[in-house]
Design a protein around this ligand. Structure first.
Ligand code: TZP
Ligand code: MG
Length: 214
């Protein structure tokens, strides 16, 4: 399966966010996510310098490859290139995707954070391979970002090409997930709820079944 085929099969997107994971837990937590069958994982480290992130990425890349999981670097295309990650995830203010595509090549998986229907359509237009859409609910993982609620999920998906990967994000947990699915979502990113869960592996397994990935 190539990267894009793998991406289209992904329903659950996990993030190792260093705001929740102590550095000595980086590999064990990642192993727990991967043991549950996670198919796409991002490394997100907002308070670390690029050299440090590259070093962490170098440890995670082979682990993800071993489990057949796509590995995405947040914010830094050059790091993704240097360590042979599968792709990069960029926010609205992280530059244009065409130059990143030029750097990483057509096979790379490039994602964009979007916070409105306009941004979602814009990211698709600039050839993002997938989008994050949210935050649906208020979340401490992205403080200061207004929640957008559930009402635009279905219409955004209808306006995008069929099966374009829209990963809903922000405040999704065991309590909120049913309403997210009810609103029409079929792909989700879950960060803090998974990383702080006492049974990460079992929860990934259950979520993948619920989302129709497994
Ligand atoms: N972008 C929009 S919401 C969010 C990001 C990175 C954080 C999602 O984290 P959580 O803990 O699942 O709410
Ligand atoms: Mg960013």
């Amino acid at each position: 399966m190539n990267r894009k085929e793998c991406l289209s099969s992904c329903r659950l997107y996990g993030i190792v966010d260093m705001g929740y994971t102590a550095e000595h837990q980086l590999l064990p937590v990642t192993e727990k996510l991967l043991a549950g069958g996670l198919r796409i994982l991002q490394l997100r480290a907002k308070n670390h310098n690029p050299e440090h992130i590259e070093n962490m990425g170098l440890q995670l890349a082979p682990l993800c490859r071993k489990y057949g999981c796509l590995f995405i670097i947040n914010d830094y295309p050059e790091i993704a290139l240097n360590i042979g990650a599968d792709g990069v995830h960029l926010g609205q203010d992280d530059g244009d995707l065409a130059s990143v595509r030029g750097l990483l090549g057509k096979d790379a998986v490039i994602g964009r954070s979007t916070h409105s229907p306009e941004q979602a359509l814009g990211a698709c237009g600039e050839q993002a391979d997938y989008i994050g859409f949210g935050p649906l609910f208020p979340t401490g993982t992205k403080p200061g970002r207004q929640a957008i609620g559930l009402e635009d999920i279905a219409s955004v998906q209808q306006q995008l090409p069929e099966n374009f990967p829209v990963f809903c994000i922000g405040g999704i947990n065991g309590n909120t997930l049913p309403s997210v699915l009810e609103a029409g979502a079929n792909r989700v990113v879950i960060v803090s709820w998974l990383l702080t869960h006492p049974d990460i592996t079992g929860t990934v397994r259950t979520l993948r079944k619920e989302l129709g990935e497994a």
